[in-house]
Structures are given as C-alpha cells and as structure tokens.
Design a protein around this ligand. Structure first.
Ligand code: HEM
Length: 530
C-alpha cells in the first residue's frame, strides 16, 4: 500500500519534470483548468503556445527545479530502499526450509499495519492466495496463521507437543508471572485444577448462582424510565459480579476503588510494552501493583478474622477447593486477577450483543421472554433462580451461543512453539507464534447455514455444541474453565432484563467488530417497565 503510494508520487513528479511547459500547466492547474483550457492548449501547435502566466513562471526558476530534482531523487532512493528492505526480509525468511507460504512485510513491523487496518479481510485475502496455513509477521512476531478447523483443533490439543500460550508481553507482565496463560506443565495443571474446582457445577449450584442472582437483581434495579448505556452497564456488571463471587465484595467504596484499578489494568494488557510514565502499559503496571497490595491485605484480613465467608477466596486459602496442590499467596493473587480478567470482556460484550440481537429480532425476543416468564410463574418476585431454572433455559443458552458466534468475541487464540514443530508437512521454527484463527469457523456455511443470520434456533436442532469444530470456548487442555459460570451470568442477566423491562434503542449507536467487538459511542437504550 505504502509502496504503491510512493510509486505514484514518484511517477507524477517525473511526469512533471519531463513535461513541456504546456504539460506543466496541466499538471499544476488541476482538473478544472485541465478540462477546458488544457484541451485548448494541447490543440495548439507548440510554437504558438502562449507564455505561462506570471505565477507559474517562477516554477521554472533553477532553484525550484533543483529542489524538485532533489525531492525526486530522495523519493526514488526511498522506493529503492523500501523494495530492498522488503526483499531482504523475504529472502531472510525464505532461507528457512519448510515454512508455509506467505509474506513477512517490513523488518520489525511486518504486516501489522495492514492486519490492524484490514482485520478479517487481511486473513481472507491471504487464505485465498496461500491456503489455510500461511506465514506473516504481525504484532512484533513471526507468525503462522492457521484457518483450518481440524488443524486448529489438533493444535489446541497438543500443548505437550510444543504449543504453549503465546499471548503478548504486555498481557503477561500485567497479569503476573503466575497467571494461567504464562504457566505450563505441572504449575498450569495445579492452577487450572484450582480454577475448575471453583467453577464446577456443584460449586455453581450451591455457592455461585445465589450470589450471581442477588447481584443481578440489585444491578438491574430501577432502570425503568431511564436512558441506559447497555455497554457501560454490562461492563460494570461483569466486574462487580466477579468481585462478589471472589471475595463477597458488594457495591461501595472498595468495589469502586477496585473497579478503577481493574479498568486501567485491562487497558494496559492491550498496549505496547513501553514502560514510560503516561503510557497505558505503565499505568497498567501501576494498577497491578495497587491491586496486588489490596488483595494481599484482603488475604491478611481473612486470615486474622478467622470467620468463614463461603467465597472463592476462602476456598483457595483453606485449600478446600478440591485440588491436590495448595497454592501460595502469589499464585492465589494472580489466579484471582486472571479470574476477573478472563470473564470481564467475554461476559460483558456477549451480554451487550445479546441485547442488541434481541432488539433486532422480535421473534427471538418473544421466545426468550416467554421462557423466562414461564420460570417466574411458579415463583414470588423475591424468589431467586435455582440450578433447575438455569438448566431449563434451553433457548437462552441458544441465544448466548448464537451471540458468541455472530459477534465473534474471541477471534482466535495465540500459541508459541517451544521447539520446531510440524504442521501439515511444514516446519514451524521454535519461538514462532501460531495464530489459531477460529473466527472463520463461526461463518462456515456448512456448519452454520446462512451464517450471517442471527438464528438461535439452529443450536436447538443439531447438537452443534458437541461438534468437534465448536471452539467458542477454545479447546484441548486450555478449554475455558469459566464456560458454565459465564453462561450462568449472562443467562441470569437476561432473565431479569427481559422479565422486568422492554426497551428501544436510542440515538446513533454503532458497533465495531474488529479488533474487538465494541460500541465506540456506547449502546443507548430507553428502558420501560415490561
Ligand atoms: C462467554 C464467556 C467466555 C468466553 C467466550 C470465554 C472464552 C475462552 C476461550 C476461547 C479460552 C481459551 C483461551 C486459550 O486457549 O488460549 C478461555 C480460557 C479461559 N477462560 Fe474463558 N471465556 C468466557 C468466560 C470466562 C469466565 C467467566 C471465566 C472465569 C470465571 C473464564 C476463565 C478462563 C480462564 C482462566 C481461561 C484460561 C484457561 C487455561 O489456560 O487453562 N472465562 N476462555
């Protein structure tokens, strides 16, 4: 793209220089002049060409000409240097035998700009040209993108064969050395075991669902008559609900302080790892420091108080969460931060987009509302949802999965090779990133006929949830341990939202889908009692 633009400038400069005076007027005077006057001029024999107007005569001054010549020379050198750099970069990589096809772009920057600008089209164009496995250089690393569903499934299942998580440095630094994406082998198994024990169905039924229910009831109280930014409200919901489950923290000064630090921390994980005061990365590291201090204090208070609180923190401190390895305080702190972080954007964005899709699809809204009103029929307004209620929400589950599919909250998963590995006959060198790009599976017309249509009913018919290429929650040894908790949270939110309220979108709401699903100016709705 850049090369193309430079070449056009260079070509026009050359034309400008080589042209005779009448051509020069044409180039300089622009299209209005060109359309009439230049036709006239070109029709005239050269000898009869009138002298150029005074304001153009100065263009022919020798110093001016020198400057243009110099500019052209610089541009030519730039184009040549760029071509050589690009060529050198390609040759450097193509010396390695067995790499998949593809291009590596500029040294250091690779093809990051194109990738961020073009998003999913970048991937589609390369797949058309090189096939489902190709090489590129994005986000600072040589990367192999895999868009083959079966190969993706096998890659996620092969952590032991040399594919470990390969998330960006800023994320690893801010989430801490013991965060689950930074550890593998026995420590990963220990941390994951603790996580699974905290989120297993018996735990959800007995401890988490009552907390989630109480939280949603309060969070969704008093919206009638208000204009609500549903993006803002679902973000707050995901954070505060996690705090309630983890340490029994309700809305108040402590949750406000934690919320501010957590927002800063999340922003930092998406930044370049440049530790200069004022950058998001530096602010993220500061927020981590403050959060760690607060969590350490919380742990100390728990130990000294001696009274049981029946939350995740208690289970982790007592080692009663059902895993063999007892975690130390540093590991517990990073695990708590990971728990909040992992569920934050996934749950909030899916809840927001479910509201959006339901607004746009009255038939689906009617059916989900009926499902929830039926559940409420046997209950008084104060009665909480229980596990059986949740299990009966089959259409709601379908709405959540269809939302996750269509809004594509997770585009793909990053892995890093710990040794040279073989993929479809190619050799991927040690230290390269593998982008397990799952986004396109969501739009595969064989798996999801009419893939761009919001059709929750498709999830009721085909057992899609158990299809081997179902990867909305990842796969293999790192399959999301919060899958069920996340679904319970979104389902409970939808329960209180559709049974209490009707709503209409208000204002000019737009949704961007890449690199993250978001409503850049908020998603505003006018809410009324149902
Ligand atoms: C709709 C909601 C959610 C979606 C779509 C989702 C999606 C995912 C995906 C795709 C992965 C795989 C990452 C990888 O392989 O690199 C993952 C991992 C993970 N998720 Fe979720 N997630 C959701 C909710 C949650 C919640 C609520 C929690 C916490 C309670 C959570 C905790 C985790 C953790 C800790 C991992 C890392 C597991 C490991 O590395 O072993 N997730 N999630």
């Amino acid at each position: 793209m850049k090369r193309g633009r430079v070449a056009i400038i260079l070509a026009s400069s050359l034309l400008l220089l080589c042209d005779r005076p009448r051509g020069l007027y044409k180039g300089l005077l622009g299209s209005q002049y060109n359309s009439k006057a230049s036709t006239l001029l070109l029709a005239l024999p050269s000898a009869e060409a009138p002298p150029p107007p005074p304001f153009l005569q100065q263009q022919q001054h020798p110093r001016r000409k020198m400057a243009v010549l110099l500019l052209v020379a610089v541009l030519a050198a730039a184009v040549l240097a760029s071509s050589l750099l690009l060529r050198w970069n390609e040759v450097r990589y193509s010396r390695r035998r067995g790499l998949p096809p593809g291009t590596m772009g500029w040294p250091l920057f690779g093809e990051t700009t194109e990738f961020l600008k073009q998003g999913p089209s970048f991937m589609k164009a390369r797949r058309l040209r090189y096939g489902s496995l190709f090489r590129t250089h994005i986000l600072g690393c040589p990367t192999v993108v895999c868009m083959d569903p079966e190969l993706n499934r096998r890659t996620l299942a092969s952590e032991g064969a040399g594919f470990v998580p390969g998330y960006p440095q800023s994320m690893l630094d801010i989430l801490g050395p013991n965060n689950i994406a930074a550890v593998h082998g026995p420590l990963h198994r220990a941390m994951r075991g603790a996580m699974l024990a905290l989120t297993r169905p018996t735990m959800i039924r007995a401890a988490l669902l009552p907390k989630i229910d109480a939280f949603m009831r309060a969070h969704l109280h008093g919206w009638a008559g208000r204009r609500v930014d549903i993006q803002e409200m679902t973000k707050e919901m995901a954070l505060l609900s996690a705090l309630r489950q983890i340490a029994g923290i309700s809305a108040g000064p402590l949750s406000d302080a934690l919320k501010a630090e957590l927002y800063t921390l999340v922003l930092g994980t998406f930044s370049l790892p440049i530790n200069i005061p004022g950058t998001n990365y530096s602010k993220g590291l500061q927020a981590r420091k403050k959060l760690v201090a607060k969590l350490r204090q919380m742990i100390a208070d728990r130990r000294s108080s001696g009274c049981a609180q029946d939350d995740m923190l208690d289970a982790l401190l007592s080692g009663n969460e059902g895993t063999r390895a007892k975690l130390n305080d540093d590991q517990i702190i990073d695990l708590l931060i990971t728990l909040i972080y992992s569920g934050y954007e996934t749950v909030s964005t899916t809840s927001m987009m479910a509201v959006k899709y339901l607004s746009d699809n009255p038939k689906a809204l009617e059916q989900i509302r009926k499902e929830h009103l039926d559940i409420r029929k046997g209950k008084s307004p104060e009665d909480a949802l229980d596990w059986n209620d949740y299990k009966s929400m089959t259409f709601t589950r379908a709405v959540i999965y269809e939302t996750l599919r269509l809004a594509t909250v997770v585009n793909g998963l990053l892995r890093k090779t710990t040794q040279d590995v073989e993929m479809n006959g190619y050799v991927i060198p040690k230290g390269w990133r593998i982008y397990v790009y799952t986004r396109e599976i969501n739009y595969d017309p064989f798996l999801y006929p009419e893939p761009m249509v919001f059709n929750p009913w498709r999830w009721l018919e085909k057992g899609l949830e158990s299809h081997p290429h179902f990867m909305l929650f990842g796969g293999g040894a790192r399959m999301c341990p919060g899958k069920e908790v996340g679904t319970v949270e979104i389902a409970t939110f939808l329960h209180y939202f559709v049974t209490r309220y009707r709503w209409e979108e208000e204002g000019n709401n737009t949704i961007s889908k890449f690199p993250r699903v978001a409503a850049p100016n908020g998603l505003h709705i006018r809410v009324q009692d149902y």
